[in-house]
Design a protein. Structure first.
Length: 287
């Protein structure tokens, strides 16, 4: 059994840790509310815009365009969204594992895979692997602004148009609630056409022509798609960190309770031993 001094130090250490995790939980909860509101408000708009664009694109007679599928796919870019900091449970490990699995599958199919990291944790993970990293855009999460995300989207669109990459995929955590996030792979470019059975039967009135509308809407839709991924990842990070810190605080409380019980037992045993020594000493003197 550990001595009383060691137990007191451990109890103090656990108490300090519990205060830190509890404070981090409250901070993440406050940030989560704002991040959650942002993605919930953005998601319906982004999904509807994407749906309209896909249905419009599917009705065109020609599929040729700057953002259409390539005849041969050789170079693939994976844009991996992670966090810049840890202490958020399995948030980063899940996204890194999915990204590596996806990269390995493309590489096994004979494709050349490139990685663009949006977050320090993804960069730290992939720099140890053999896949070429073309950049780290983790600064986006320092202060999320549409203008910053728009610049990233425009650069990716330019690289696709210039045939630097034949496909671009987004890998990020999709937010559901504070306790649940889904790691997903989403094709960014080329623009996908929906299956024939998924094409909406809504008869739109176009002004100007369909082809011109597609060229106007595609860049806007792609920028919104990237922005939605950033907001999803940001909300997921705060939700994961809040949940992780909540569990850490509960574990610290349980450990503190166990240590206090052990401390009280050790203290009681020490007092009992002292009493026995005093009684034994008194008995020896009387004898």
């Amino acid at each position: 059994m550990a001595n009383l001094k060691e137990l007191r130090k451990r109890i103090q250490s656990v108490s300090s840790t519990m205060q830190i995790t509890s404070a981090m939980k409250m901070v993440s909860a406050a940030k989560l509310k704002k991040a959650q509101d942002s993605i919930i408000q953005m998601r319906p708009y982004a999904n509807k815009l994407k749906e309209i664009l896909q249905n419009l694109n599917a009705t065109l007679e020609s599929s040729e365009g700057a953002y259409s599928s390539r005849a041969e796919v050789k170079n693939i870019l994976l844009v991996v969204f992670s966090s810049n900091r840890g202490l958020c449970g399995a948030f980063n490990s899940n996204i890194n594992k999915l990204a590596r699995k996806t990269a390995d599958e493309f590489a096994a199919a004979g494709k050349k895979v490139f990685i663009l990291c949006v977050g320090k944790k993804a960069y730290d993970y992939f720099k140890r692997l053999d896949y070429p990293i073309v950049g780290n855009e983790g600064h986006i999460f320092d202060q999320i602004k549409y203008a910053t995300v728009e610049a990233l989207a425009e650069r990716l669109m330019d690289q696709f148009r210039n045939s630097e990459y034949d496909e671009i995929h987004l890998i990020y955590n999709q937010f559901k609630n504070a306790a649940v996030q889904y790691s997903i792979v989403e094709q960014f470019l080329p623009v996908q056409k929906p299956e024939l059975k998924e094409v909406s039967s809504i008869d739109y009135i176009y002004e100007p022509q369909k082809e011109e509308l597609v060229q106007l809407l595609i860049p806007k839709s792609l920028k919104i798609q990237i922005y939605k991924a950033v907001l999803d990842s940001n909300a997921s990070e705060h939700g994961a960190r809040m949940t992780a810190m909540h569990k850490a605080t509960d574990n610290a409380k349980e450990l503190q309770r166990t240590l206090k019980l052990e401390y009280n037992k050790a203290r009681q045993a020490s007092i009992t031993n002292e009493i026995l020594e005093i009684v034994s000493g008194a008995a020896a003197l009387n004898g």
